[in-house]
Design a protein around this ligand. Structure first.
Ligand SMILES: Cc1cc2nc3c(=O)[nH]c(=O)nc-3n(C[C@H](O)[C@H](O)[C@H](O)COP(=O)(O)OP(=O)(O)OC[C@H]3O[C@@H](n4cnc5c(N)ncnc54)[C@H](O)[C@@H]3O)c2cc1C
Ligand code: FES
Ligand code: FES
Length: 512
């Protein structure tokens, strides 16, 4: 059973509906048609709903906006689903709706429920907001007729004057209801975990008879599910898998969800590395980057939109092995290590050995990606990640390039590590370039010219709708140039010749 609260009403759904999206459930099953379908692909935000989830201390709720058109029912388990119909009370608009009215933030109204829900999540998650916070929160919502200024004004005004709404008043009741759902869900799941070594699929056990959605809660239970249903796809955030259902009309008799396995959502810090569970969301990764890899935050913030990042997982992005995915190049440059698991045995695979062909990985049948070990940067390491796409926000990369340079005090390169997307059929490393650049000086103009040519010649990319091969080659060369200028700017800024270096910084902003 998928158990959740539809606003304040407990709902249990048969796991047979594994292929249904939350949007279909709301509109077609419950006739809650306030949530709109625009693009049906996670791009426009018309279908935004909010999932409230218990925080780890179980005393607070976190409100996450997600795109219901690309979220399968598995995303709802043990959460509260809030959609636009639930906001007004006693015929009174919710403060975020009222603010949109007062600021004239709606014309045709098609996008409005989505904006309302994104604003509602912001209203509950933050006390004071700045314009940047609003833009960040509304990054997944498109409006084609009103224009964004009145919408942003409405959000700024209401989110800086938060009053306790019905959801705040009901918080304790909602928390108790979610805890009750948890305990009722635990009973059959425990049975599955306990007996999983001996149980086999049978018609009498709806948890494992192949009727739709399986939601194991431990690695042993996951191993069991995968053994019994070797052809069933794994699904985490479902932002990729759902598109194969809604756009390619595939139907999966069985899906195995990774969302209930706590181990896959754990983050562990040591002195030298961070271990991040494969089912951690990209929003979790964003928070981690703010702390440990601040130069990566732009890359993560330009990954899709906030509702997608609240749902999509790191593991999903790495295993789908897209040659234009944004995180594989990062893993290659960081020399991350992937821990893969089959329930009986865990193995470590270097990120650099993981991508074996076009959308192919070294993950053997019966294994899943369990966690990723990211080494922390040393003081003499400089990391930069660049994403170039046709549209700045919410677009797939034409090229993604990541460089990590270790340099000595004289600015000589002692080690270089790279990762690229969009340059080959797989996420790629410029191995020869890395070796060749050892000993080169980062202030030497001749060396820069030479390096750019070398890098452009390293790849034979393809022409496609995002970029021509020539453009891609020129781009990687220019991104290296940009990296070197930024390095010079950062390191030389500590010297007295600041005016000269500020000029470099200005040029850097418009380069590439
Ligand atoms: C609107 C939109 C914008 C996007 N923008 C970007 C972007 O800017 N950059 C980018 O790189 N991608 C982008 N994507 C692609 C997608 O969101 C990401 O690849 C996402 O990280 C996939 O994660 P998920 O958890 O949703 O994967 P899912 O859809 O759940 O799974 C994807 C694949 O990975 C497998 N899988 C998932 N987890 C595991 C695991 N732990 N072990 C083994 N197999 C696993 C599944 O079986 C499936 O084959 C975008 C997608 C959408 C819809
Ligand atoms: S309908 Fe456009 S994001 Fe869902
Ligand atoms: S009000 Fe018409 S699309 Fe936004």
């Amino acid at each position: 059973m998928v158990r959740f609260l539809l606003n304040d009403t407990p709902v249990s759904l048969s796991t047979a509906e594994a292929n249904q999206t939350i949007l279909q459930f709301l509109r077609e099953t419950r006739e809650l048609t306030g949530t709109k379908e625009g693009c049906a692909a996670g791009d426009c935000g018309a279908c935004t709903v909010v999932l409230a989830e218990l925080s780890s201390c179980q005393q607070r709720l976190h409100y996450a906006p997600i795109n219901s058109c690309i979220a399968l029912l598995s995303s709802l388990h043990l959460k509260q689903l809030i959609c636009v119909e639930h906001l007004s009370e006693h015929q009174q608009l919710h403060p975020v709706q009222q603010a949109l009215v007062e600021h004239h933030g709606s014309q045709c109204g098609f996008c409005t429920p989505g904006f309302v829900m994104s604003m509602f999540a912001l209203y509950h998650n933050t006390d004071a907001v700045k314009r940047h916070d609003v833009e960040y929160a509304l990054s997944g919502n498109l409006c084609r007729c009103t224009g964004y200024r009145p919408i942003i004004d409405a959000a700024l005004s209401v989110c800086n004057n938060v009053v306790a709404d019905n959801f705040k008043a009901q918080q304790a009741t909602t928390i108790s209801a979610l805890l009750a759902l948890r305990s009722s869900a635990d009973a059959p799941q425990k049975q599955l975990t306990k007996n999983n070594s001996t149980q086999t699929a049978n018609k009498d056990n709806p948890a494992i008879n192949g009727a739709g959605l399986l939601m194991p809660t431990s690695r042993e239970a996951l191993q069991h599910c995968m053994k019994n249903y070797p052809d069933a796809p794994l699904v985490a955030g479902s932002t990729d898998v759902s598109l194969t259902i809604t756009q390619q009309f595939r139907h999966y008799p069985t899906l195995i969800s990774l969302t209930q396995i706590a181990e896959l959502k754990t983050i562990v810090h040591t002195q030298t590395l961070v271990k991040i569970g494969a089912a951690c969301t990209l929003d979790d990764l964003h928070q981690l980057c703010c702390k440990y890899y601040p130069t990566l935050t732009e890359l993560i913030e330009r990954f899709a939109s906030l509702p997608v990042r609240k749902q999509a997982t790191l593991g999903g992005n790495l295993v789908n092995a897209s040659p234009i995915g944004d995180l594989p190049p990062l893993m290659l440059a960081l020399k991350a290590r992937f821990i893969i698991d089959n329930g009986a045995e865990q193995r470590t695979v270097a990120a650099r050995n993981f991508y074996t062909g076009y959308r192919e990985t070294a993950l053997p049948k019966g294994f899943w990606l369990s966690c990723i070990e990211l080494p922390l940067l040393q003081l003499d390491q400089h990391l930069a990640a660049y994403k170039v796409s046709k549209r700045f926000e919410d677009d797939i990369s034409a090229v993604c390039a990541v460089f990590i340079v270790t340099a000595d005090k004289q600015h000589n390169i002692t080690a270089l590590s790279t990762g690229f997307g969009g340059m080959a059929a797989t996420p790629a490393v410029a191995l020869d370039f890395e070796q060749h650049m050892a000993g080169h000086n980062l202030l030497d103009t001749q060396s820069l010219k030479h390096a750019k040519q070398w890098l452009a010649d390293t790849f034979s990319p393809i022409n496609d709708v995002r970029a021509s091969a020539l453009y891609r080659q020129q781009l990687v060369a220019n991104l290296w140039h940009r990296f070197v200028l930024q390095y010079q700017n950062q390191t030389l800024e500590k010297t007295p010749d600041k005016i000269h270096n500020k000029q470099i910084a200005t040029r850097v902003r418009y380069h590439a």
